[in-house]
Design a protein around this ligand. Structure first.
Ligand code: MN
Length: 190
């Protein structure tokens, strides 16, 4: 049984950049629904004893497991996303990761540009990510719907949710403004 992870900050802590109302729906309703659906779908199956990463790896691109994949991946994606936000988090990565970002993208500012481009250009619902492969190479990618880097053998390091439910109450159709605000005020590097 999976349970909804508590938010690591108060529901109004991200205002004015992300409203309490958005978090009430996004964390309290959308995220909760993915967890509830996943629990129902894996009840009395081999997946019941696995963690989210294992379920994602075992169900990715298997058409018979699409519903389990979608709900497991969305459960992981949301837990990870809410940890990537903070009212007073690290706005820059630690020295080691910053060095890797600078060597992969030229500069932190270029990384922000690529990340924003991926997030803006994701058509419809999805996510933008910074991810790392097994050799330590970094890349920016965008994924549709529930898809994520784990399903492609990559380790996620940063993400933004660009489903409309993530920003519509606060930004309406202005996804680019939400992404700029995320990068400037909300991002929380480990
Ligand atoms: Mn979401």
């Amino acid at each position: 049984m999976f349970t909804l992870p508590a938010l690591p900050y108060a529901k109004n802590a991200l205002e004015p950049y992300m409203s309490e109302e958005t978090l009430n729906f996004h964390h309290g309703k959308h995220f909760q629904t993915y967890i509830d659906n996943l629990n129902k779908l894996i009840s009395n199956t081999e997946f019941e004893k696995m963690d989210l990463k294992e379920i994602i790896e075992k169900t990715a691109e298997k058409t018979e497991y699409t519903a389990i994949f979608n709900n497991a991946a969305q459960s992981f994606n949301h837990g990870f996303f809410f940890e990537c936000l903070s009212p007073n988090g690290n706005k820059k990565p630690n020295a080691e990761l910053l060095k890797k970002i600078e060597s992969a993208f030229g500069s932190y500012e270029n990384f922000e540009k690529e990340f924003k481009e991926a997030a803006v250009s994701q058509f419809g619902s999805g996510w933008a990510w910074l991810a790392e492969d097994k050799s330590g190479n970094l890349s920016v990618l965008k994924t549709s719907n529930a898809d994520n880097p784990i399903a492609h053998g990559l380790k996620p390091l940063m993400t933004i949710d660009v489903w409309e439910h993530a920003y519509y109450l606060d930004y309406q159709n202005k996804r680019a403004d939400f992404i700029d605000t995320f990068l400037k005020h909300l991002i929380n590097w480990k």
